[in-house]
Write a protein of this length. Sequence first.
Length: 593
Amino acid sequence: MTKINERLSALRDAMKKVGASACIIPGTDPHASEYIADYWKERVWISGFDGSAGTVALTLEKAGLWTDSRYFLQGAEQLSGTDIQLMKQGEPETLDIVPWLTTELNAGDKVAVNAEMFSVNAFAAMKTQLALSGIELLSVDLLKEVWTDRPELPKNPFFVFDEKYTGKSVAEKLNELRAEMKKLHADVFVMSALDDIAWLYNIRGNDVSYNPVVIAYAMVDENSATLFINPEKITPETQAYLDENNITVKAYDAVQDELRKIDTSKSVLVDGAKFNQSLYESIPAACTKRTAMSPVFKLKAVKNGVEMSGVRKAMIKDGVAMTRFFRWLFKSLKKGETLTEISISDKLRSFREDQRDFKGESFGTIAGYAGHGAIVHYSATPESDATLKREGILLLDSGGQYLDGTTDITRTVALGKVSKKAKHDYTLVLKGHIQLAMAKFPVNTRGSQLDILARKAMWDECINYGHGTGHGIGHFLNVHEGPQSIRMDENPITLQPGMILSNEPGLYRTDKYGIRIENLVQVIPAEKTEFGQFLQFETLTLCYIDTKLVDKEMLTEEEVNWLNEYHQRVYDKLYSYLSEKEREWLAKKTQAI
């Protein structure tokens, strides 16, 4: 790992030139993206650690990588031989980055950060914390001169996402956005979140893994809409589309100069949780700056009828692919074929690829056999790739991107004999899943108020899981989409008709197995009574739930009825897309218990 240590040395030389005693390098990009282009993988370059979550902080003498428990093993392995220490977040002895820096530095010292990589909110919080110890936050891009062979930004052309899929024109969406801007007393709205921009302008791309987004910025005022993008990404067709929709095109790198030109009498709105500090500093100081949740973020969360029609088509396609995959899996195991976590992930992708308008996976498949299933965000590597046996439990979390919509599904299945304890645990998870699926709740209910429904059966036995129960999901966009969620943490966003969320309680026994059952659900109206309008969930996902793992005695009559009715609907919806033998197989998997 001499290469990593050489990079650290070069970075420290750059720090000395600007008078910085420390530097923080996060694993983010200027757009607050979950998946980022290689050009921005600064933390990977400086440390060699390529997990999805992690931040490097270094002083002139020490360096650490902060990551969570998902990546302790991977972090230890990838940092081995470097001068970077693994800092295990959540462990009692591990200080967070800013407290660590305050113990390593003195008053008057400076901490360098690339302000492009930090949101307005994160930068402000960091600056305030450091200032309490007399330490200054310095906004400077040190890696610009140190990382000399960094990859180029993607130049892939983007494409128009047809209105037959979106259900709304750009003009309609801009009208809705401007109405929201008026409510917030904003004259100008500047966007950096790639999925917000893709949704607003009805465009899609393939600039990053899994999310069909386009690297760009956008600005909207009362009369105009601008797209800041690399001109090489524009084709004659997309240029004509932008012209037709009165969208002005400017170079991606021109965004800061354009922000500096904003009339100082204007009120400028940005999303402080996503908009990067470097761009924020480019807005004239005399402007009124407003930070609030992006109006597009909220508008995008509520799917229209055309989008929902597409999502239901995507669910049928995904259900067919999942049915064929599981049938293949059990046949192959029975034949004694060698199957591993990676090989079955590849096979599942091939079944999805057979479906019309499939555009790729919506995230990296999590195939966790036996003890690997207990690692919540496990990702099989050639070194960890477990061979499946005709025993134990497989957890499979996967999803697809179709022009019709985005899917995300987790199934836990028995590959052979399992213990009574495993069945008991599985049934606890299933009870939680069903209770949430059956929920009825008044308008203005928040996801945090429903989370207990998925956990109660487990809590009754003093069992819990550490992740959220539900996240929002995009329409041929990001598989993780807010602002709605169902989790223990408080979230002020109320659940509204048209929102899609996951329903995914889980239970994990270290080194033994993991259990998670995930369907996607849509919020729809229920009855209106003298007590007001009530809402409920419609389950969208179409795939059998493994009843071999169910202890029926633990289920209420209502829960049994839900499961049987769900299975009947899965069979009825998928029947006409399957061969006779596939129908027979699915009929057995979905028969009433």
